[in-house]
Design a protein around this ligand. Structure first.
Ligand code: COA
Length: 388
């Protein structure tokens, strides 16, 4: 096991900037699929598949597919619905995948479009003129293309000078992006950095796989990380950021530019999201809980005093266990809010949506934790304190 953790605060070197979160932004797709709709289309797909393969199933050459169930999905994950960019083809039993029209090179690409919408929301909330932003990081678990970077397209659409680049740390992309942005501030290389996480996860999900067809949804978030000296009066002081990675094959996607197999060709299932959900659950919960407790200790903070946990939104049971270990009691919805019921798992955007939708009521001096975890394995913590 390799621990590649990094910690940047309190830093021992001279700081030229003190990073804060000035604002966050959210784009939510209009369309949503309820568990009932999802299971109805999945079960229709299963019936078609089993009918088409009846002889081979009868002969024992092909395994019959099994129906999915609304009750299982909600109990196992806490998910009741998910927003998507392209509903009709996903719930069409003959397609079972999003179909997003290709756009010309001179049109804004779809991932940039939703990233820009979330970024504009964050900029408006901070009262920030895009011309004053120095850098854009597009931090997400899937990029629409290898290059030019999505971040540079977003940068251009917003009219930002400076520089931009993409980064991918799966479900932890946003917190890794926040630390990267905070480090630019700490080092004095930037005073305002946008971390944008457009997650069109419906594209990497195997909607025909009973074990995982219910997991993901689409969304985009943005976080504006700035130097305290430059930020609006009301903001979130970043007390510390900490990252950790430990290699694991338990969440994996083998899609890449070296394996351009036809989607229906044999052996193509692993070119989409696959996971050993039970192992992930067992291995990630203790790792993340310990990481939070250790970091709180380093900050000389009792983790039980954290006013709110904005945890990664993958599974309600995982979040229950993590917050129990961190707070020492079962967390209320107020202490550890969930957005799983309406958004599903939105990969790196999940903890940011929770933060965005459930932070307005915190008051000056309240502390909280944004925490992500997922494939890699990867995990990131961002301890914050409300100012103003
Ligand atoms: N409908 C009905 N039954 C289903 C089903 C479905 N859609 N999918 C699986 N089942 C069945 C299985 O066949 C199994 O039946 P069996 O006990 O008769 O063999 C049973 O339900 C339990 O399956 P299991 O996969 O062990 O469920 P689970 O309780 O572990 O829940 C996850 C599955 C994926 C929701 C859960 O493990 C999880 O969320 N893990 C963490 C994943 C995570 O965070 N990943 C990060 C992704 S970024």
């Amino acid at each position: 096991m390799q621990d590649t953790s990094t910690s940047t605060a309190p830093a021992s070197h001279t700081r030229t900037g003190r990073p804060v979160i000035s604002a966050s932004g959210l784009f939510t797709p209009e369309e949503s699929i309820s568990n009932e709709e999802l299971v109805e289309s999945f079960n229709a797909y299963v019936d078609r598949y089993n009918a088409a393969n009846a002889e081979a199933i009868e002969a024992g050459e092909v395994e019959a597919l099994q129906h999915s169930s609304v009750g299982f999905i909600e109990k196992a994950s806490g998910i009741k619905a998910r927003h998507v960019m392209s509903k009709a083809p996903i719930v069409d039993p003959a397609i079972m995948a999003p179909r997003l029209e290709e756009r010309a090179n001179d049109e804004l690409s779809i991932m940039a479009e939703i990233g820009v919408a979330a970024a504009r929301d964050a900029l408006e909330r901070a009262g920030r003129d895009p011309a004053d932003v120095d850098a854009v990081l597009c931090a997400a678990s899937n990029m629409q293309r290898p290059y030019p970077a999505m971040a540079i397209e977003i940068q251009q659409a917003l009219g930002i000078e400076g520089f931009a680049f993409d980064m991918n740390v799966a479900c932890s992309s946003a917190t890794f992006g926040i630390q990267t942005a905070a480090d630019y501030i700490r080092a004095g290389n930037a005073k305002s950095v946008l971390v944008v996480s457009p997650e069109i996860t419906s594209g990497h999900l195997n909607w025909c796989d009973r074990d995982s067809h219910f997991i993901f949804g689409d969304v985009a978030t943005a976080v504006l990380v700035e130097d305290a000296a430059f930020a609006p009066e009301s903001h979130w002081e970043i007390l510390s950021t900490k990252l950790k990675t430990v290699f694991s094959n338990n969440i994996r996607n083998n899609f890449g530019f070296l394996n351009r197999a036809h989607p229906e060709s044999e052996g193509s299932a692993d070119k989409l999201f696959v996971q050993e959900g039970r192992k992930v659950f067992k291995e990630v919960v203790p790792m993340v809980a310990q990481m939070i407790i250790d970091e709180a200790g380093r900050l000389q903070m009792d983790p039980a005093t954290l006013r709110r946990l904005w945890l990664h939104q993958a599974n309600a049971g995982m979040n229950r266990l993590i917050s129990q270990k961190v707070l020492g009691h079962e967390a209320s919805d107020d202490e550890s809010p969930t957005v799983l019921d309406t958004y599903g798992n939105t990969s790196s955007a999940g903890s940011i949506i929770a933060f965005h939708l459930h932070s307005d009521d915190l008051v000056d001096g309240d502390t909280g934790l944004i925490c992500s975890f997922g494939a890699g394995y990867s995990a990131g913590t961002v301890f914050v304190r409300k100012v103003g």
